[in-house]
Design a protein around this ligand. Structure first.
Ligand code: COA
Length: 385
């Protein structure tokens, strides 16, 4: 019998060509391209194509794909109606999971997939990919209006992904700097090897269930505070600390109480997550563009990061992607409850790329277990217990 490794730490669950992490050096690659290069030069639309196809697209391919995303943005009124029936206090991740799952009742499922054969139906794969990714942003942006009791702002066909999202969120022309920052955030969060939610994509996809079921299960998985849900927790923690001078004492107390510091630590990285470095830089850029006022919470965050590094750096625990993303979203005017849903919008790109890879060379996941329970025994009638 093989060793059991809790959390499957270090156990390869698949072979993949999509992304790679050098956890010692703190480097992340999408299809061989370092994340810093993509954040600097690419767009979310281009990054989706890179993740899906393995190559940077030609300008014609990118233009066609952008048009397809734009024309698939709108939600059928049935789905908007369904969203209107949800409680306005609903957790946006549960709302997103429900809404994405409902898409599966209106669009083609996985009927065309046949057992363990390689799936070569690129039309089906591409059309499912566009339907999911295009609508994720629409659903999240619409929810802000719907939760306030209003109809969502209509989608725009003349805007790119980030522009349309911000337009739908606020109902006005988006600020170009916020568009640029959001586009980078979408690139940074688009993919990250076999994390918990992506693993759920492989497991769910391996049963040949519909892509809407695959993505709604991944959304549920991402929502937990040990995964994507950490970004909102970080903001609450920074507010609780409130003063950079209190950061060290806070870390000491948390460690003494054996509690986690949100946004710190990562299974793969033993140094600072490169995405956290970029997000930290974006907060500075935004604050400088606004006249250099320093957000007190940003000062708390930097002090907390230093305090964590002093105390936990030698254990390889450093800031992860969630440490600065919530603070950045707050500065961008995105409602706190929607932070994790922002992550999900971007990650739908990586999820769909892994779904494609899984169904292209599929075998159903069916691991084994080490049974520790009772041996065979006889049923006891009620009066003999
Ligand atoms: N704060 C305090 N201690 C932490 C920590 C954190 N954020 N992250 C890890 N540690 C400690 C653990 O307590 C453990 O200590 P021990 O060896 O004394 O028991 C050790 O580091 C290993 O941590 P472990 O939880 O086993 O690592 P993991 O690989 O299973 O988990 C995370 C990785 C991300 C789930 C974990 O670091 C964590 O919970 N971080 C906070 C939540 C978060 O930010 N999640 C977003 C991830 S992108």
């Amino acid at each position: 019998m093989q060793d059991y490794l809790p959390g499957l730490a270090g156990v390869p669950a698949t072979k993949s060509n999509i992304s790679d992490i050098d956890g010692e050096k703190g480097i992340l690659f999408y299809r061989g391209y370092p994340i810093e290069e993509l954040a600097k030069h690419s767009t979310f639309e281009e990054t989706i194509l890179l993740l899906m196809n393995g190559q940077l697209p030609t300008s014609q391919h990118l233009e066609n794909f952008t048009c397809e995303l734009q024309s698939n943005r709108a939600l059928k009124y049935h789905i908007v109606d369904l969203m209107k029936t949800l409680p306005e206090t609903a957790d946006p991740m549960l709302m997103l999971q429900t809404s994405v799952s409902s898409l599966g009742m209106f669009y083609e499922g996985s009927e065309c997939l046949t057992g363990s054969d390689v799936c070569t139906d690129l039309d089906y794969i591409n059309s499912s990919t566009i339907k999911v990714i295009a609508r994720m942003g629409t659903i999240v942006a619409s929810w802000k209006q719907i939760a306030y009791g209003y109809d969502p702002f209509p989608t725009r066909y003349d805007l790119n992904y980030a522009e349309n999202f911000l337009y739908m969120l606020n109902g006005r022309e988006p600020d170009p700097l916020l568009v640029k920052i959001l586009d980078i955030c979408l690139i940074l969060h688009a993919e990250h090897t076999i994390n918990a939610s992506t693993f759920s994509v492989l497991v769910n996809g391996s049963t040949l269930s519909s892509p809407y079921s695959v993505i709604s299960s991944a959304i549920g998985c991402l929502s937990g505070p040990l995964h994507g849900g950490a970004n909102a927790k970080v903001l609450n923690m920074l507010e609780e600390i409130g003063d950079p001078k209190k950061a060290g004492a806070y870390v000491d107390q948390q460690l003494e109480d054996k509690k986690k510091i949100w946004g710190m630590g990562h299974r793969e990285y033993k140094t600072k997550d490169p995405r956290a470095t970029i997000l930290q830089g974006l907060i500075k850029e935004l604050l400088e563009a606004r006249g250099g006022d320093v957000d007190p919470l940003f000062e708390v965050a930097e002090a907390l990061e230093n305090a964590c590094e002093e105390r936990m750096g030698e254990k390889g625990i450093y800031a992860n992607v969630d440490f600065y993303s919530g603070l950045l979203y707050k500065e961008m005017g995105i409602p706190e409850k929607q932070f994790t849903a922002m992550f999900a919008i971007a990650r739908s790109a990586g999820w769909m790329a892994h779904w494609r890879e899984q169904i292209g060379d599929n075998r159903i996941f069916r691991p084994t277990q080490i049974y520790l329970g009772e041996g065979p025994r006889q049923y006891k009638p009620m009066d003999a217990r």
